[in-house]
Design a protein around this ligand. Structure first.
Ligand code: 4NP
Length: 158
């Protein structure tokens, strides 16, 4: 079982969408049994809440249901998951600072690490912007999810 965790700040916009799109892709490919997928946020401001309504509405317009409930990153996550994908550099350094061991640090990767168009750039935070920001974030996450599914499927061990 490959355990993949997506992390953003609030776990209501970017990482819940990445979780939903990754699950959708592996389901389409028939690999659901090989993965455990989850998402969380570095802050707990929205603990227990559904994803942002604008994220859910935008994803729904693409036929994707975003149904995760916000929760905060824990130390247990750093031990349990194999690959931890951070949606932006601020989140990335927060998660790295939270790590207790080098083994944990080695699991942390920027979500856009594999993006040929803009390697290692941030997925912009759409929270304060308009609807077009949510669509842009959808496109970025959708494309990069494909890169990660291809990469992770090609690996026997993580
Ligand atoms: P997310 O967006 O990290 O993509 O879920 C945010 C949502 C809420 C906040 C920050 C970012 N907030 O500070 O409330």
């Amino acid at each position: 079982m490959k355990k993949i965790l997506f992390v953003c700040l609030g776990n209501i916009c970017r990482s819940p969408l990445a979780e939903a799109l990754f699950k959708h892709k592996i389901e389409t490919l028939g690999f659901t049994d090989q993965y455990y997928i989850d998402s969380c946020g570095t802050n707990g401001y929205h603990n227990g809440e559904q994803a942002d309504e604008r994220t859910r509405r935008n994803a729904e317009s693409h036929g994707i249901e975003v149904n995760s409930i916000s929760r905060q990153l824990t130390l247990g996550d750093l031990m349990d998951f194999d690959v931890i994908l951070t949606m932006a550099s601020d989140v990335h350094f927060q998660v790295l600072n939270f790590c207790r061991t080098q083994e944990q640090k080695d699991k942390i990767h920027l979500f856009r690490e594999l993006d040929p168009e803009a390697p290692n750039s941030n997925v912009p935070d759409p929270w304060y912007g308009g609807e077009e920001g949510f669509e842009k974030v959808y496109q970025i996450i959708e494309q990069n999810t494909v890169h990660w599914v291809n990469y992770l499927n090609s690996r026997q061990h993580l």
